[in-house]
Design a protein around this ligand. Sequence first.
Ligand SMILES: [Zn+2]
Length: 180
Amino acid sequence: MGTKRMYEIAFVGLKPGEHEFEYELKGLFFKEKGLEEESKINANVKLTLDKNKGFMLLKFVTSGNAEVLCDRCGNGITVQLWDEFNVVVKLIANPDEMNEQETDPDVLYISLSESHIDVSDWLYEFVLLSIPTQHVCANDENGESLCNKEVLQKLNEMRSKNEEHQANSIWKGLEKFKEN
Ligand SMILES: [Zn+2]
């Protein structure tokens, strides 16, 4: 089975009602889907597909973890993934037309003659959306930040030097003004 097929669901053969699927997604999957940077993601997605007459409800629940860089000190940290996403897939005669008009990104129209649905784009998107956008090192039991202290100190030094430099240039500017 090729990688592409792995994320296709042959819904036409499913009985009405709920069906569960589970996907383990790692760095390679995200790279193949177009993520440029090397990612350390270990995601698990549980998909519940509820098949009804003329439409399907898809519920994606993401879990797992991802290694990211701390926003403050750049240390590698592991963050937990946890989120839920719902998609409605409707089977109709004129899907292209309806997809153009539809403003809700969580509604997709497919043709009545369709028998398979590829869920890989959703898996990719939803896992990435589950990664917290802001991440800093946690605090230890004493409430002290676990950020890399050396890096923070360097950053502070750089900042104060920069401020000093700016203050100096202002003075120089003023002196010039006085001389005239
Ligand atoms: Zn940090």
